[in-house]
Write a protein that binds this ligand. Structure first.
Ligand code: ADP
Ligand code: TRP
Length: 328
């Protein structure tokens, strides 16, 4: 099975990214053929500072490798290193109804947040469809917010297949219920764009600041508390096994629990959880040659698959007129 997913280099990576996508991709690479990439073309829709985009891309590469993506085993690359994806985007655009894109929640949300209503933002899901279809992916691990984008991808693939004959595999979204929507410190969805994140590699003081500001309700200490409506509980649960969650739940339900004590424990847990990866990440940041080489290696591997799919697609739609000449 071919598993594929991408992440935007539009800011520092956070717990939502880690548990919904990165960790699951890292686990999948043991058993499946994995395509994992940094979607810098997509990030162009929201980052308008070249230096920030380039640095964000390098940081995301280092984070992923430090956390366990094995670039020798998986196909790990930067989206723009396989420019074939933009050609496929154009071809797919011609079987993509306007209405399909007009209904995209993500587009509407981004407009509401003040991003410019330009063609890139509108066509974002078509580029994402090309990302997936160009590699014949079967399964796409993402958070819940990407569900509709996956439906759009399937719709585009189906329309293409119906128009030109069986070409693309219809990918399955792979959303894990327990981490489908990780809340941020304010209780909304954790997102780089909402300024409510707990970052994977935040330094001690940043980490402390975010964890200590997780919103909690005003239930007095001596009263039992409701874990199911508590953002702190939801975030802590990410790091706990079933037994650990049960114990924490029991502590909530008994009088006397202080949110501040739970926050302190969570802070320690997060620090310890990511500590083993910090050194590797630092070493990577300092090794520009390795990053350059390994990303070229990844792009070459990705490109060889992408080219096959693109050739087939070009042939299907008829831009491959040379083929007709050689058949004469
Ligand atoms: P952000 O919303 O912070 O910009 P991205 O759009 O780059 O994050 O998301 C990268 C991956 O992480 C996607 O698969 C997305 O669904 C997932 N993801 C991001 N934030 C969350 C969250 N709060 N809960 C669950 N999954 C998330
Ligand atoms: N749109 C996704 C996000 O914001 C990122 C993305 C781009 C992606 N191309 C993809 C995810 C292909 C999965 C597969 O998170």
């Amino acid at each position: 099975m071919r598993v594929l997913s991408g992440i935007q280099p539009s800011g520092t990576l956070h717990l939502g990214n880690y548990f919904a996508m990165m960790k699951r991709m890292i686990d999948y690479q043991k058993e499946h053929e994995l395509f994992c990439f940094i979607v810098n073309y997509h990030a162009l829709t929201s980052v308008f500072d070249a230096d920030r985009l380039a640095q964000g891309t390098i940081d995301a590469i280092c984070d992923f490798i430090a956390l366990g993506i094995d670039p020798e085993k998986a196909t790990f690359y930067v989206q723009s290193d396989v420019p074939e994806v933009t050609e496929l985007t154009w071809i797919l655009s011609n079987v993509t109804p306007m209405g399909l894109l007009e209904r995209a929640h993500s587009y509407k949300d981004k407009l509401a947040r003040g991003l410019p209503a330009n063609h890139g933002l509108f066509a974002y899901p078509v580029l994402m469809a090309a990302d997936i279809l160009l590699y014949g992916a079967h399964r796409v691990p993402v958070g819940k917010d990407q569900k509709q984008h996956l439906e759009i991808t399937r719709d585009i693939a189906l329309r293409f297949n119906n128009t030109y004959g069986e070409t693309f595999i219809l990918p399955e979204p792979d959303i894990a219920e327990d981490v489908a929507l990780v809340p941020g410190i304010d209780g909304q969805k954790m997102s780089k764009s909402y300024g409510n994140t707990i970052d994977i590699f935040a330094d001690d003081s940043e980490l402390k600041k975010s964890v200590m500001s997780i919103v909690t309700d005003a239930t007095p200490i001596e009263e039992p508390k409701d874990p199911d409506r508590c953002t702190l509980f939801a975030i802590y649960s990410l790091f706990l096994d079933e037994e650990g969650k049960k114990e924490l739940r029991q502590r909530y339900e008994r009088p006397g629990l202080k949110y501040v004590s739970v926050k302190k424990e969570l802070l320690k847990t997060i620090r310890e959880f990511f500590e083993p990866y910090r050194e590797k990440r630092q070493a990577l940041i300092e090794d520009a040659d390795y990053i350059r080489d390994i990303m070229k290696y990844g792009a070459d591997k990705a490109r060889s698959v992408a080219r096959d799919y693109l050739e087939k697609t070009r042939d299907r739609v008829g831009v491959h007129y040379q083929q007709k000449l050689s058949k004469r």
